[in-house]
Design a protein around this ligand. Structure first.
Ligand SMILES: *Cc1c(COP(=O)(O)O)cnc(C)c1O
Length: 373
């Protein structure tokens, strides 16, 4: 099986975790501190706060902004459900604004139309590893006095206008096993606001600045030392791993003529967490064809968040125009393996299975125009 994702761990990671195991300190300690400092430097911000997952990063970032019941947060419906769940977990309401066909990310114009007197934050997602339009979204947040929280779980190292994502607002990252770098489970919040970072540190550890003195309602969302040791070793490799993803993406694109392959928007640096094509007709037949050939092609995501049973039950949060782009894309997208563990033979097998599937007339095609992601 040619997998859709594969963690790449080597001797460095093994040695780093062994050293922690032998040190006697396993929960949040000096390795976490070092990982935070290295990650903040990498993103180009003053502060980074390590937590136990990407979901925890989103939850804590929202809470640290004081977001809660009665508030609205504008976000993308075309994402992993954790983005919106983190909003629900604070007691606030996620409001879904449609995405752009250009990059599959929150459309700044649609987000602007969704602002109400209850709106407190914009929560764009850098889906598949390509930055959202951070120039327009930053301007929108500034104009309306809104917090800007970035779901950068799929995009560590991605750039917009030469700047790393996660440095425009509060950045939320995930180190789950399938992400561009991994600590098994893990997450990070990045910010230039020391007060926000201090609140995030309280929230991840039962509101304790000092041990056994609780100042606020917090949680146990700490990162382990083993995870931080993995993260430090992985971070050293992140740029090289992303370059390999980009090379794999170029290789596939050259071999898939006539396919609506992903496109890197000028001024952005795509880190290809996923390599996602569009298939206007017969997507599911093509998916089966690839699976039959042991290629783990996958649909991210078959059901937009507002269509999830949980969110349907909450009543409308989509505005009057609906979310036609997100709904169409959820029927058309297909992600092919692109991760850095793939060999040349694997990539050739993916490309030839794709060509075969398309030639067999199992699938229609969409024009290049609109191929984003
Ligand atoms: C992975 C992911 C998350 C959640 O991260 P976890 O570490 O799995 O909690 C949130 N948003 C997006 C877009 C993701 O891809």
């Amino acid at each position: 099986m040619i997998r859709i994702a594969q963690p790449l761990l080597g001797e460095e990671e093994e040695q780093a975790v062994l050293a922690v195991l032998r040190s006697g300190q396993l929960s949040q300690g000096p390795a976490v501190r070092r990982f935070e400092e290295a990650f903040a430097r990498y993103i180009g911000v003053q502060e980074a706060v390590a937590v136990s997952s990407g979901t925890a990063a989103l939850h804590v970032a929202l809470l640290a902004h004081g977001i809660g019941p009665g508030d609205e947060v504008i976000t993308s419906p075309f994402t992993f459900v954790a983005t919106a769940n983190a909003v629900l977990a604070t007691g606030a309401r996620p409001v879904f604004a449609d995405i752009s066909e250009k990059d599959f990310n929150l459309d700044p114009a649609r987000a602007g139309e969704s602002i109400s007197e209850r709106t407190r934050a914009l929560l764009p997602v850098h889906l598949y590893g390509q930055a959202a339009d951070m120039e327009a979204l930053s301007a929108l947040a500034r104009r309306h006095g809104l917090a800007l929280i970035e779901d950068a779980c799929q995009a560590p190292g991605a750039l917009f206008g030469g700047r790393k994502v996660g440095s425009f607002g509060a950045g939320c990252f995930s180190f789950y096993a399938t992400k561009n770098i991994t600590t098994g489970e893990g997450g990070m919040i990045t910010t230039d606001d020391p007060k926000l970072a201090a609140r995030a540190r309280l929230l991840r550890d039962h509101g304790q600045r000092r041990r056994y003195v609780s100042e606020a309602l917090g949680y146990n969302l700490r990162m382990t030392e083993m995870a931080a040791a993995l993260g430090l070793a992985q971070l050293q490799k992140l740029d090289a791993l992303n370059e390999r993803r980009r090379a794999n993406a170029r290789y596939l694109t050259e071999r898939l003529p006539g396919v609506a392959t992903p496109r890197e928007i000028p001024g952005r640096y795509h880190v290809y967490h996923q390599y996602t094509i569009r298939v206007s007709k017969g997507r599911d037949a093509l998916l089966r064809h690839l699976r039959d050939r042991d290629i783990e092609a996958t649909v991210f995501y078959p059901l937009p968040v507002h269509k999830q049973p949980l969110y349907r039950g909450l009543g409308p949060s989509t505005g009057s125009g609906g979310l036609p782009v997100a709904e169409r894309l959820s029927r058309e997208v297909l992600s092919l393996p692109v991760h850095p563990g793939l060999s040349r033979e694997d990539l050739d097998a993916v490309a030839s299975a794709m060509r075969e599937g398309l030639a067999a007339g199992r699938a229609g095609r969409v024009a290049m125009e609109g191929a984003g992601g």
